[in-house]
Design a protein around this ligand. Structure first.
Ligand SMILES: Nc1nc2c(c(=O)[nH]1)N[C@H]1C(S)=C(S)[C@@H](COP(=O)(O)O)O[C@H]1N2
Ligand SMILES: [Mo]
Length: 197
């Protein structure tokens, strides 16, 4: 009985690890290209395309509701990290500040440094998605995407831009950086949507 009791958490954890992934206790850095260093005074997040153009400063972002989020993190290179504790702003709360054109169906994330990644609008506005500026109670380090990154927990982590700088709303699917270079257009870890077919 005792053995079964102590084994249970491990079983529960394995249910949370998508196929083909292994757990890591550390927090690897996965960046294509150089780490970006952005001063908060100059930092901005722009919205354009099929939305009224708008620029958010760091102060604008900090005026939005702040929340804690605990989510699992799955990198397509096969490591997963469970229960990452973030602080940030729910994307849905941010989107309440955006005047979206009803024709918008897709979004491209644009990052400082030029990284891009695409999502459908429905996947962007899911309730569990957020912008993060702290992890485990510390300001997000530049190598992990500070000052602000996107987290889309239901998809592989490449779908969340580090050093987020803009959201471009579209009426069609366009492909981001990894999606143009062979990664899957959607990226669901539970279906192992790793590479395009
Ligand atoms: N701007 C930018 N965002 C990015 C990446 C990148 O190279 N540049 N890599 C993605 C990938 S593949 C992963 S797994 C996560 C890694 O986040 P981490 O370095 O904090 O672990 O960021 C994603 N967001
Ligand atoms: Mo990744």
């Amino acid at each position: 009985m005792i053995g079964r009791f102590f084994n249970k958490p491990a079983t529960e954890q394995s249910d949370r690890v998508p196929p083909g992934q292994h757990l890591t206790k550390g927090f690897p850095v996965l960046t294509y290209g150089p780490t970006q260093e952005i001063n908060l005074d100059n930092w901005e997040l722009r919205v354009w395309g099929l939305a009224a153009p708008k620029t958010f400063t760091w102060e604008d972002m900090m005026a939005l509701p702040q929340q804690e989020f605990t989510e699992d993190f799955h990198c397509v290179t096969r490591w997963s990290k469970l229960d990452v504790k973030w602080t940030g702003i729910r994307i849905a709360d941010f989107m309440a500040q955006v005047d979206l054109n009803p024709r918008a169906t897709h979004v491209m994330q644009h990052c400082y440094g030029g990284y891009t990644t695409n999502l459908t609008l429905a996947e962007l506005v899911r309730d569990e998605n957020f912008f993060a500026y702290q992890v485990f109670g510390e300001p997000l380090a530049p190598e992990h995407g500070g000052p602000l990154r996107v987290i889309v927990p239901h998809l592989y982590a490449w779908k969340g831009g580090k050093w987020i700088n803009g959201l471009e709303f579209l009426d069609r699917e366009e492909l981001g950086f990894w999606e143009r270079n062979g990664y899957h257009r959607r990226g669901d870890p539970w279906s192992e949507e790793r590479y395009s077919g």
